[in-house]
Design a binder for this molecule. Sequence first.
Ligand code: THU
Length: 137
Amino acid sequence: MDRKELLNEAKEAMKMAYTPYSHHKVGAALLTEDGKVFRGCNVENAAYGPTICAERTAIVKAVSEGYTKFKAIAIVGGMNGIIRFFCTPCGVCRQVLREFVVPETFEIYVENGDGEMKTFTLAELLPESFGPENLSE
Ligand code: THU
């Protein structure tokens, strides 16, 4: 599963986005260490606050199925499902990813409307982060 394939999985995931309020559809595809892919989409709510992002949907799906080791995540998104800008993860999703990955090696793939791809490590998007090690004695 290479970067382009994982981004295609994210595009498929985006089709399921439930976005009656913002109309901003996001899809994510999370690759486990052993090559399994978990898809996620954003799921909005009339009360707004309970809305869950695509990235966290994918993470929660994976962890709840017993997968906690991840290599990469691909993310795409845009108004009405039209990809125009790079859809990098929100701050909350960066922190939730941080719980399960090695920030220096975990990769985040994004794509814009021109098919241009970018790769970031989590350490680049969430420097000097706080993680599980900070709570060890
Ligand atoms: N959203 C995501 O799914 N992932 C992000 O990283 C940024 C924001 C969703 C939440 C909401 O449904 C919509 O995009 C607009 O904020």
